[in-house]
Design a protein around this ligand. Sequence first.
Ligand SMILES: [Zn+2]
Length: 427
Amino acid sequence: MFDPALETLDAPALARHQWRRVQALLAETWGGGPGAGNAFLQRKLRAAGVRGPGDVAGWSDFRRLPFTRKLELAADQAAHPPFGTNLTYPLERYVRVHQTSGTTDQPLRWLDTQESWEWWARCWGFVLRAAGIGPADRVFFPFSFGMFIGFWAGFEGARALGALTIPGGGQDSATRLTWMDKLGVTALVCTPSYALHLVEIARDRRIDLAKLPLRVTVHAGEPGAGIAAVRARIEQGWGARAFDHAGMTEIGAYGYECAEQAGLHVNETEFIAEVIDPATERPAREGELVLTNLGRVGSPLVRYRTGDRVRLADGPCPCGRTFVRLDGGVLGRLDDMLIVRGVNVFPSAIEGIVRRFPAVDEFQIEVFRAGALDEVRVLLEVDDTSVTVAVHEAFRADLGIRLEVSAVPPRTLPRYDLKARRVVRKP
Ligand SMILES: [Zn+2]
């Protein structure tokens, strides 16, 4: 464990620990007078009747605080460009800027202070340590170090753990594989899609990945490593154990897998996790994940509706951590959900089926609008067209719907070195 004392706190001690941090967060963001403190958060809380931190006196008060939505943050940044008003300190206190990938809408920009950047590294420490990574490891980040925060923060986390951190920007995939071999890389951190792409490149170049000293892969940026068939394919391709991780630019690195791999632990010393029914906003076992981060005081989020669909796991984890677990990791993004003939389908469920077929190298989900409904065609990159029949049958059996499945020639669909965009909306 990264922090055994904190990761095994019993429920009352954990609640006390969180509460101290909630109070510190509210005191700091409220500031010391007019013009000080966090304008965005104060505006929200005042509109909800909170006159000051003293009005949030217990957990029941906390659970009445308003949710924060991504749309509000986007509107705030549009009205107050370029960084918006969710800033607790003057701009000179901030040292890093990143932005969301903006797959569905305008990207959000996010600033970090020295303290909150160190907090990111600490949160990644929990992730990497739980995957068994330590000072003796050589950790490779095959990532073009740009505006996406995830692997920058992972890089800092690996360095803070004392591992040898190896940046893999500015290289093509084949060169990256060569460097992994030359430098004796033992751990790889990338998106699940890119891990699979590297396996393909290795196969083309007749590079035997089993000969690398690689033990562990850690995956962020997409839910893929939480999908059993995707994880199995990554582990088989690399001859290493694959670990899932979840985080978001605007909230932080919140979820990680332990050696039991029995769901994604939420780091509850740094985040408060709630799950709600997205329609009624009442607490639920399965629904939308709502997070409050406790250590990013310069640009915090209180009760943030993540848009991630999750299901709480029952019972304690055999690893001894007391943190809550999300069964199957992030099940999908609520705004990615497709409604096909009345059946709700997450693209991750389609991927979970397609990846069971080793003959399929890559796939794409084409979505057509049919009246108010979605109609879906799944393109499979596969030589053997008989596989399309088997995949079609698996969709029918597992999802309960018939989806059109077509074969396309090998190497005709896009590959991804960061987040995949496999769902394509057609007019
Ligand atoms: Zn565990």
